[in-house]
Design a binder for this molecule. Structure first.
Ligand SMILES: N[C@@H](CCC(=O)N[C@@H](CS)C(=O)NCC(=O)O)C(=O)O
Length: 216
């Protein structure tokens, strides 16, 4: 059985929601990142990077959120959580456009938040850390503007009319906008509406309950 190693309200929320959307059988294993469990030997044996999420499969362990999302989407094709037709170059394009979006969230948006939540990774002095944190709301404003603009055509989900694994991944980062220093969601009415639509989904409600989280 699949095992998802997660921490509440972390980026692992995205694959956690995807597993529930897929109706997967899995075990969710809490990693207490507040107490530093992710840096202790038993968890490092699962993911030497010392981060959540990790997904244990019968073939081994997968890490990195975009990879877990694509894996879950392909493992449960009936749930249609990604463009899955492979017959034409256009079909291929749709899948990789989704990957492009998810990679942007992982490599740009997530890293911007890391400057707010984990400044000690990047600097030692209090002044440098404060400077970095002060830039986060502004950087998120321009980086998430690109995402907000995708919804200008009235689409419901990140990639159009069809819900994909990009949607729970985006939801992680719109939840985090409420954290101190992130600048709030008020600047992004379309992302706020997407967040509300996400929270109306039974799989999202179930996952929030499993992680002990309130809706944003
Ligand atoms: N590139 C990784 C990032 C994973 C990551 O940074 N996870 C955070 C939670 S959102 C974590 O485990 N933080 C604990 C720490 O930094 O010690 C991915 O996309 O999976």
């Amino acid at each position: 059985m699949l095992k998802l190693f997660y921490a509440p309200n972390a980026c692992s929320l995205a694959p956690h929601i995807a597993l529930n959307e897929a109706g997967a059988e899995y075990e969710a294993i809490l990693v207490d990142t507040k107490s530093g469990e992710q840096r202790e030997a038993p968890y490092l044996a699962i993911n030497p990077k010392g981060r959540v999420p990790a997904l244990a499969t019968d073939r081994g362990i997968l890490t990195e959120v975009p990879v877990l999302l694509a894996y879950i989407a392909r493992l449960f094709p009936d749930a249609a959580l990604a463009p899955m037709a492979w017959k034409t170059p256009a079909d291929q394009f749709d899948f990789f456009e989704m990957q492009s979006f998810n990679t942007y969230l992982a490599s740009t948006i997530h890293i911007t938040y890391a400057h707010l939540f984990r400044p000690e990774r990047y600097a030692d002095s209090d002044t440098a850390k404060a400077d970095m944190k002060a830039k986060v709301a502004g950087n998120l404003a321009s980086q998430l503007r690109l995402v907000e603009d995708r919804f200008a055509d009235g689409r419901e989900w990140v990639h159009g009319a069809h819900y994909t694994v990009s949607d729970p991944y985006l939801y992680v980062f719109t939840r985090w906008l409420d954290r101190e220093g992130a600048g709030g969601i008020g600047r992004f009415p379309k992302l706020a509406a997407h967040r509300t639509r996400m929270q109306a989904r039974p799989a999202v409600q179930k996952t929030l309950e499993q992680e002990g989280l309130a809706p944003a």
